[in-house]
Design a protein around this ligand. Structure first.
Ligand code: ATP
Length: 304
């Protein structure tokens, strides 16, 4: 594993932003860390690059304890975050001149290609760039040394659709050679580029699995009934977002099995005429999971 954490926890005073996380990222994968606002994604990524230190537990990155990562390790790790500070008084050209000597593996041709594709204005001071241009500058500076590990926190934020597509294509091209861990809310854009997904909620990693396993187990189910549909009083815990409209009952099954779905549906509702189960895009999977997580936390929150 190129990234492995054990019981990783980070508390900001009484708030545990990351709680007991056991993350495992395989070398060569493109791992998407997804989760609602405030779930702890940024905190987790900052722990991996030693911008934050754990309150308990540990993270191993490229085989090194994250607290001991040194200059030689950082020469193989690219990190780009929306909140990242860049030296505003330097021009784009000066910024690249400054960075190159830190990285023995820096490829000038790749740098030139990235700067050209992203149309970065060489002579302009970084503080005068637009938000999107600043993100592109940060991204373009994290790739020319072909990092073994690329950590991207909300890399698509502020980028126009063409730039988003180009970035995700770039990530795809690097897959295999570079391991990518990224957090993003732009799920439709990242869906086809990522190989693994981890869902973080209230600081806890609810699951981590390959995109294909996730797509196979989460299905949108549509049940056509003989009579009017109503939401059953009791449904399996793995059914999310159960709705009734006309003669149709719909829900998201998070433990789909072709062999048992019919039997499970018939044990909850009578008069079933037809059942369809379709794959769900990552965005819709996220919405169902996040909605379920929110109603779970509302149910456990005791009003003062
Ligand atoms: P988003 O998707 O909105 O960017 P996120 O998943 O990246 O959210 P984090 O930024 O890691 O979430 O924040 C996790 C929690 O920790 C939030 O409740 C946030 O308010 C809190 N938090 C983050 N940084 C600090 C800090 N420096 N001090 C106190 N609390 C913090």
């Amino acid at each position: 594993m190129i990234v492995e954490t054990h019981g990783l926890t980070k508390a900001y005073r009484r708030l545990e932003a990351v709680h007991g996380v056991d993350l495992r990222v395989e070398e060569g994968s493109a791992f998407a860390l997804i989760g609602p606002n405030g779930a702890g994604k940024t905190t987790l990524l900052q722990l991996l690059v030693n911008l934050l230190q754990p309150s308990s537990g540990a993270a191993s990155v490229l085989g090194v304890d994250s607290r001991r990562l040194g200059a030689t390790d950082f020469a193989r790790i690219g990190y780009v975050a929306e909140s990242q500070q860049l030296p505003g008084r330097l021009t784009v050209g000066q910024f690249f001149d400054y960075l190159r000597p830190f990285y023995p593996t820096w490829e000038r041709a790749l740098e030139n290609e990235l700067r050209e594709t992203m149309r970065l204005p060489a002579g302009r001071e970084i503080r005068r760039l637009s938000h999107g241009e600043r993100m592109k500058t940060a991204l373009a500076s994290a790739l020319p040394f072909r990092p073994r590990l690329l950590i991207l926190d909300e890399p698509l934020s502020g980028l126009d659709p063409l730039a988003r597509d180009e970035l995700m294509e770039g990530v795809l091209k690097q897959a295999g050679e570079t391991t990518v861990v990224l957090s993003s809310h732009e799920l439709a854009e990242i869906e086809h580029a990522v190989t693994h997904v981890g869902f973080l909620d209230s600081g806890q990693l609810e699951f981590q699995e390959s995109s294909s396993d996730l797509a196979a187990r989460v299905r949108e189910v549509r049940v056509l009934l003989e009579g009017a549909a109503a939401v059953p009083a009791r449904t399996p815990e793995t059914w999310l977002d159960v709705r009734a409209a006309g003669n149709v009952l719909t829900f998201v099954e998070t433990r789909y099995s072709e062999a048992t779905l019919g039997e499970r549906v018939r044990s909850c509702v009578a008069g079933v005429r037809r059942i369809d189960a379709d794959a769900l895009p990552l965005r819709a999977t996220f919405v169902a999971l996040a909605r379920a997580a929110r109603s779970r936390s509302a149910a456990t929150t005791v009003e003062p």
